[in-house]
Ligand binder design. Structure first.
Ligand code: NAD
Length: 382
């Protein structure tokens, strides 16, 4: 029940009661419009309303956090509901004082809401499997309308549709857009389609990547080129198209302090050399300097650019490294933390970098590897 949201030790009983009354007054007025919704969607609308009432009570109408809560209302509900939550037709409550010191209460409230990506549009490239899929799910869970990019081929169409369906089943918003990230025209068309359908883009996760292992003497130019084209040029093309849109749109402080956020999926192999995968390591090493250079270039425009560097994560790209027990045991020798990573480990880090919780963080590679880059072979040696 949304009222449970108010039943918090932070608020005194009078305040809780007052918020409950405001909630009931607005809900009674708008509920007939939502009778066609199923129970899950109805609950999500009630939770959005509860959030708006709570934020309004705590902070007053002009605070950005309240405006953000209202954006969430607008996104989740019908135009009538949006009007009920709009600054011009607000619930008539007197501002109340909350028990506890102002600083303590404020920190609690803001640390929750800053992870909220409601009203933001995110593109995740290579999102029909593995880390991209988990990241798309996590961003949607945080409130972003998430575009699931995938290569334009029938097998990927079906996988991307399944990711979209999973997100929607959890109450999120998502669409799939096909584009080969290594093709300039397709990347530009993907971002243009996002802008045409949803107005803009706020978050880009350039995640698509491949491996083509070979000893250097056997590595074909095609193997080299395919990896560089997708892992590095693909990241450049997506970042350029997103940046153009961020700059065109400008800042929207009610949604995010930053004008735009770019997160590259790099790898521990941006620093650890990788024999028989020279093309892959070169692509991720290149990505490190692409990220840092763009971060330096775009910080004055309030565009934050960062990377996540996964270690060994359980996805289709490295199946042979974890599929058999022998392979798993070998792999675990490289991971001091004692477990193989899961896609959600990366998705959480990306979501943090996409949110205002990481405002002031730009130009960093966030290594998420269970300690792989700590060179565990040196433990007790050397
Ligand atoms: P994955 O194979 O499950 O995902 C890669 C995704 O990229 C797939 O969905 C694929 O369809 C997509 N893709 C490939 N070529 C594309 C193209 N031309 N256009 C659009 N999409 C394309 O593997 P993953 O582990 O999820 O890999 C995601 C990223 O994470 C990659 O950049 C990879 O290098 C990086 N990474 C993974 C690990 C790991 O252990 N899994 C470790 C470090 C870095």
């Amino acid at each position: 029940m949304p009222h449970d949201l108010f039943d918090n030790a932070v608020f005194d009983p009078d305040t809780v009661q007052m918020m409950g009354e405001v909630f009931d007054a607005v809900w009674t007025r708008i509920e007939p419009d939502f009778r066609h919704l199923n129970a899950r969607k109805l609950d999500s609308v009630r939770v959005a309303l509860a959030g708006a009432v709570l934020a309004y009570t705590r902070l007053g109408l002009r605070d950005p956090l309240v405006l953000r809560a209202m954006a969430s209302c607008r996104r989740k509900a019908s135009p009538l509901f949006a009007r009920s939550c709009s600054p011009t037709e607000q619930p008539s409550v007197t501002r109340v004082h909350i028990r506890g010191t102002r600083g303590e209460t404020k920190m609690k409230t803001s640390s929750k809401i800053r992870y909220d990506l409601s009203g933001q549009i995110a593109i995740v490239t290579g999102a029909s499997s593995g880390l991209g899929r988990a990241t798309a799910q996590a961003l949607a869970e945080a409130g972003a309308l998430t575009i699931v990019n995938h290569p334009p081929k029938p097998s990927s169409d079906a996988k991307a549709a399944a990711v979209v369906a999973e997100i929607e089943a959890s109450g999120g918003q998502s669409v799939a857009i096909a584009a080969d990230v290594s093709k300039e025209d397709q990347v530009n068309a993907m971002v243009a389609e996002a802008v045409r359908r949803f107005g803009t883009v706020h978050i880009l996760v350039a995640n698509a990547g491949i491996e083509r292992p070979a000893a250097i003497q056997d590595m074909s130019l095609a193997d080299w080129q395919a990896v560089i084209d997708i892992n590095l040029t693909g990241a450049f093309l997506a970042a350029r198209a997103a940046t153009r849109e961020f700059l065109r749109r400008g800042a929207v402080p009610t949604l995010s302090t930053a004008t735009g956020k770019i997160i590259f999926t790099s790898s521990v192999h941006e620093v650890i050399p990788w024999a028989f995968q020279a093309n892959y390591a070169a692509s991720k090493g290149g990505l490190a300097m692409l990220m840092r250079s763009l971060a330096q270039e775009l910080a004055p425009m309030k565009i934050r650019v960062n990377s996540v560097a996964p270690g060994a994560i359980r996805t289709p790209i490295n199946r042979e490294a974890w599929q058999t027990e022998a392979a798993r045991n070998d792999l675990l020798k490289l991971i001091p933390y004692g477990r193989i990573g899961e896609p959600e480990d990366i998705a959480r880090a990306v979501t943090w970098l996409a949110s205002d919780a990481s405002d002031y963080v730009t130009g960093v590679t966030l290594v998420v590897d269970g300690g792989m880059t700590l060179y565990p072979a040196f433990r007790g040696q050397g």
